[in-house]
Ligand binder design. Structure first.
Ligand SMILES: NC(=O)c1ccc[n+]([C@@H]2O[C@H](COP(=O)([O-])OP(=O)(O)OC[C@H]3O[C@@H](n4cnc5c(N)ncnc54)[C@H](O)[C@@H]3O)[C@@H](O)[C@H]2O)c1
Length: 477
C-alpha cells in the first residue's frame, strides 16, 4: 500500500458518488482522496467539494471539462446514470485513468464490449461496481461451492426479491422506470446476480431463455378513485404499500427493516421508532449516533430532495416531484418480474427470478449438489447459510450479520472500495472481476432481454461472437 493516499476524480456526485463512495473515501483519508469533482448540479458539486476539500480549479461542471484537462488524478470514479457511463468511461481510459465504473457498464451491449476493448487497449484497470462479490455472504457461498462440500452441483435456483417499496421508488417512479431512459431492469438490477451465478459456478451460460413483463404497476390496477398523486386525497392512503408519505416522510419501511434486525440494539431502536419515537428522539440528544435514525437523511430520502430531514421539503417533493406520483399513474415501462432459465456449459441448470413484489428486500439461493444442498438468505433482516447433507440429513446453519448491520449492499460497498484501492496499489487479483469477466453478466442480461421480448432461446456462444462483431460496426453511443 502506498504511503500517500491515491487521488481520485469523482464524476457524478449523486447517491453513489457522494453518499456511498464519497463517504467511504472521507472515512479512509489515508487510502484515497477525492481531489477533483465533476458534477453539473451546483449544490451537489459544492457540498461534495466542501466535504473533500477540493480546490476551485478542480471543481468541474461536467465530465467533459474535467477530462479535457487530461489525467489530473490516479483514478476516475464514474457514478453518472446508466446511459451516461460509456462516454466518460471511454474518455477516462483514453486519458490513462484507472477506472471504477458503476454498473451497468453501459446501456447498449456494443458499448459494454467497446469498454472492455478500450480497457485492454490502454492497459488500464476497469473495475465494475459488482458489489455483491465483495460481501461476506457471497464470498462464503463461493468458497462452499469451490470446496466441493456440496458434491457435484446439479441445479441452482436464485431469486432477487426486490421489496415492493424499493421497486416503486426506483423502477416505477424513479430513474430506472423506463428502458429507453435507463436500461432494461434485468440489466440495471440483476447484472449483479447474473455475475454472481457466473462467478460461483465458474462457468458460462450455454443456452438461455426468459419470460416476464410488467404485470402490476399499470393504470387498470389502481385502487378505485386513486388520484394522480398520493397527496391529492387518495382513498387507499391507509392500505396502499406504495403510499409515498408513508415511505418518505414516515419512513415506515426503514423502521420496519430496523425493527426486524438480527442485532438486538438495532432491533430495539427500530421497534421504539415504530411505537414511541419521542423516546428515541429524546435519547438522541445524548447519543449522537441515534441521530442517524431520528434525523435520517440517507437513501431514498436523499434522492427526492436536497433537504432530506426537512419535512416541508419532503412534502414539497411529493407534491410536485416524480416520487409523489401514484404508482399506477406513472410513465414506467420496465418489467416488475422476470425469470431467466439457463443451462451452463458444464450442464448445471439454473433458474433466476427477479421481481419487485417482495415484503422484504433480499436475495435467496438454493444450490443442490450430489452430496448436499445449500440454502442461503441474504437479507435486510436475516442473513444465513444452511448446508444440509443428503446422507444422514445433518444441517449446519451459519448465521451472519444482516444487511442493515453490514452496511450498504450487505458490506459489498465497502469491500469493493477496499479492493479498488488495493488494485490501485498494484495488488494482483485484488479486484474480483476484471472488465471482461463483468462483460459476461451483461451479455447474459442482454440475451435474457432479447429472449423475453422475442420468445426465443439464445445460444450464448453465437450471442457473444455477434456482440464483438456489432461493436466493430456501431460507433459508441
Ligand atoms: N453498484 C450498485 O449496486 C448500484 C446501486 C445503485 C445505483 N447504481 C448505479 O450507479 C449509477 C448512479 O446512480 P445514482 O443513484 O448515484 O444516480 P444519481 O442521479 O444520484 O447521480 C448521478 C449524478 O451524475 C450527475 N451527472 C449528470 N451528468 C453529468 C456529467 N455530464 N458530468 C458529471 N456528472 C454528471 C448528476 O447530476 C447526478 O448528480 C447508476 O448507473 C446506477 O445504476 C449502482
Amino acid at each position: 500500500m502506498s504511503k500517500k493516499p491515491f487521488e481520485a476524480l469523482l464524476i457524478g456526485a449523486g447517491n453513489r458518488g457522494a453518499e456511498v463512495y464519497g463517504e467511504w473515501i472521507h472515512a479512509h483519508p489515508d487510502q484515497l482522496k477525492i481531489t477533483a469533482i465533476a458534477e453539473p448540479i451546483e449544490s451537489r458539486r459544492k457540498a461534495a467539494a466542501e466535504r473533500h476539500v477540493v480546490p476551485p480549479q478542480h471543481q468541474f461542471a461536467n465530465w467533459e471539462e474535467a477530462l479535457s484537462r487530461g489525467k489530473i488524478a490516479d483514478a476516475a470514479i464514474i457514478c453518472t446514470l446508466d446511459q451516461q457511463h460509456i462516454a466518460p468511461a471511454l474518455k477516462a481510459l483514453e486519458c490513462g485513468y484507472d477506472v471504477l465504473l458503476e454498473k451497468p457498464m453501459a446501456a447498449r451491449l456494443a458499448d459494454c464490449v467497446a469498454l472492455v476493448q478500450a480497457a485492454e487497449k490502454h492497459g488500464r484497470l476497469l473495475q465494475i461496481a459488482h458489489v455483491l462479490r465483495y460481501t461476506d455472504f457471497f464470498q462464503r457461498v463461493y468458497q462452499i461451492v469451490q470446496s466441493g462440500t456440496l458434491g457435484q452441483i446439479v441445479t441452482v435456483s436464485h431469486r432477487e426479491n426486490v421489496s415492493a417499496w424499493h421497486m416503486a421508488h426506483s423502477y416505477v417512479r424513479g430513474n430506472w422506470r423506463r428502458a429507453d431512459q435507463a436500461s432494461p431492469m434485468i440489466l440495471a438490477k440483476s447484472c449483479h446476480d447474473l455475475d454472481i451465478l457466473y462467478w460461483i459456478l465458474g462457468n458460462q451460460a450455454k443456452t438461455l431463455t426468459s419470460v416476464g413483463g410488467l404485470k402490476h404497476f399499470r393504470p387498470e390496477n389502481a385502487p378505485a378513485g386513486a388520484p394522480q398523486r398520493c397527496l391529492d386525497g387518495c382513498p387507499a392512503a391507509e392500505s396502499c404499500p406504495f403510499y409515498a408519505p408513508a415511505i418518505y416522510m414516515e419512513l415506515e419501511p426503514i423502521y420496519e427493516g430496523l425493527a426486524n434486525a438480527h442485532n438486538t440494539g438495532i432491533r430495539l431502536v427500530g421497534k421504539l421508532m415504530q411505537r414511541s419515537p419521542a423516546i428515541v428522539r429524546a435519547a438522541a440528544k445524548a447519543i449522537p449516533t441515534l441521530r442517524q435514525i431520528t434525523e435520517f437523511r440517507g437513501w431514498p430520502r436523499s434522492v427526492i430532495t436536497d433537504n432530506p430531514t426537512d419535512l416541508a421539503s419532503l412534502y414539497e417533493a411529493l407534491q410536485n416531484g416524480p416520487y409523489g406520483r401514484c404508482v399506477y399513474h406513472c410513465d414506467n415501462d420496465v418489467v416488475d418480474h422476470q425469470i431467466v432459465i439457463m443451462e451452463m456449459e458444464n450442464g448445471i441448470s439454473v433458474s433466476f427470478t427477479m421481481h419487485g413484489h417482495s415484503f422484504e428486500e433480499g436475495r435467496t439461493i438454493r444450490i443442490d449438489g450430489s452430496r448436499a444442498t445449500l440454502l442461503g438468505k441474504f437479507g435486510f433482516n436475516h442473513t444465513f447459510i444452511e448446508i444440509c447433507e443428503q446422507r444422514g440429513g445433518k444441517c449446519e446453519r451459519i448465521d451472519m450479520p444482516n444487511n442493515v448491520e453490514q452496511g450498504g449492499h450487505g458490506g459489498g460497498d465497502k469491500g469493493l472500495m477496499t479492493q479498488f484501492v488495493k488494485a490501485l496499489a498494484g495488488e494482483q487479483n485484488a479486484v474480483l472481476t476484471n472488465a471482461r469477466a463483468s462483460l459476461e453478466s451483461h451479455l447474459m442480461a442482454f440475451a435474457a432481454e432479447e429472449a423475453r421480448l422475442k420468445g426465443t432461446v439464445i445460444h450464448m456462444s453465437d450471442f457473444r461472437d455477434n456482440a464483438e462483431k456489432i461493436t466493430a460496426t456501431q460507433p459508441a453511443a
